[in-house]
Design a protein around this ligand. Structure first.
Ligand SMILES: [Zn+2]
Length: 54
């Protein structure tokens, strides 16, 4: 049973490295929420104000 969990954990780590570390790569200028993807419109406030965090 432990094997399954290890595989899942590894997958999560791989996924994280693909999205770049902690995953907070974008930020909405309107509501200042951090986002993991570059949305066309912010999923929180709906403004088209999403920009790269760095
Ligand atoms: Zn927003």
């Amino acid at each position: 049973m432990g094997l399954f969990r290890e595989a899942g954990k590894k997958f999560e780590e791989t996924k994280r490295s693909f999205t770049g570390g902690d995953g907070d790569e974008y930020v909405c200028r309107a509501c200042e929420k951090r986002l993991t993807e570059r949305y066309e419109h912010c999923p929180h406030c709906g403004e088209a104000a999403v920009e790269p965090a760095a």
